[in-house]
Ligand binder design. Structure first.
Ligand code: ADP
Ligand code: PAZ
Ligand code: K
Length: 248
């Protein structure tokens, strides 16, 4: 059995994976609430004490949370947790960006889909909205834009007369009330962001791409953009599973 986990700025996902690389248990935690007691309570159901875990790999963009998780696994289960960027990733993907700065989750996404034949743009609707460019066997970097929920929460927090709003797909652009105006702003705003950045990446690289979307709000945009996209909700976790082959 192996354990893989994605520590994002909002959510941390921890998965138990069997020898056939199938995810058999999932735990989702709020990253900022991670503590020894929360981990104890949330992971108890995985029954790790009776399982032989031979590999544990995380991608983390929140170092403090990763350290808490690493210490917890070591102390409670004597399991050594690896962080993705500490592995020899160049065996799986050529990385053309500032390696120290690049987010591990972005690399996990790239490792998940790389097949040395196709080109990919991976859109991850996380706390940030990221666009990552993979051309054959090389990761070329990408774009970081504000996340959907981050923007929505900030708007409703800062604008006194804008209430908390659930985002929905909308056909109309011109809103006749506050809620429809905000929904249009987000739906058509992000739809435009997606189509525009994808087209600019194609122009700049002179390449064509398969577009993959993932992360919290990907379902909302799956069928809305002019760009044809494929939804892959476990891309980060599957990238980690693939990368565990690098752990000896
Ligand atoms: N199914 C969902 N529907 C709507 N919002 C979601 C859903 N899942 C996650 N979110 C929100 O989308 C944002 C991104 O979630 P996630 O991709 O897990 O973030 P991260 O990877 O940055 O921690 C978070 O703010 C989260 O609250
Ligand atoms: C861009 C990100 C904030 C996305 O993280 P997430 O939305 O999944 O929390 C994360 O990948 C990150 O902190 N990256 C470091 C900066 C960089 O990638 O250049
Ligand atoms: K993410």
């Amino acid at each position: 059995m192996i354990i893989v986990g994605d520590i994002g700025n909002t959510e941390t996902k921890i998965c138990l994976v069997n020898s056939k690389n199938i995810i058999i248990k999932r735990v989702t935690l709020s990253t900022k609430k991670i503590s020894h007691s929360l981990l104890n309570k949330s992971l108890f159901g995985l029954g790790l004490k009776d399982k032989s875990i031979n590999k544990c790999l995380f991608c983390s963009v929140v170092p403090k949370s990763f350290n808490k998780i690493k210490n917890f696994f070591n102390k409670t289960y004597r399991i050594k947790c690896h962080e993705l960027k500490k592995l020899k990733l160049n065996k799986l993907v050529k990385i053309k960006v500032n390696y120290k700065q690049i987010g591990s989750d972005r690399l996990a996404n790239a490792i998940s889909v790389i097949n040395n034949k196709d080109n990919f743009i991976i859109l991850d609707f996380g706390t940030a909205t990221t666009f990552d460019v993979l051309i054959k066997n090389t990761y070329h970097g990408g774009v970081i834009a504000p996340g959907v929920k981050l923007s929505l929460d900030t708007l409703t927090d800062k604008a006194t007369q804008i209430p908390k709003i659930s985002l929905k797909k909308t056909n109309k652009v011109v809103g006749l009330n506050t809620i429809s105006a905000v929904r249009a702003g987000f739906f058509w705003g992000y739809e435009g962001l997606i189509d525009n950045i994808v087209n600019l990446i194609k122009k700049e690289t002179k390449m064509s791409f398969k577009i993959i979307i993932t992360g919290g709000f990907s379902k909302l945009f799956k069928n809305s953009t002019k760009t044809k996209v494929t939804l892959n909700k476990d891309i980060t976790i599957n990238g980690l599973i693939r990368a565990t082959t690098l752990i000896k």
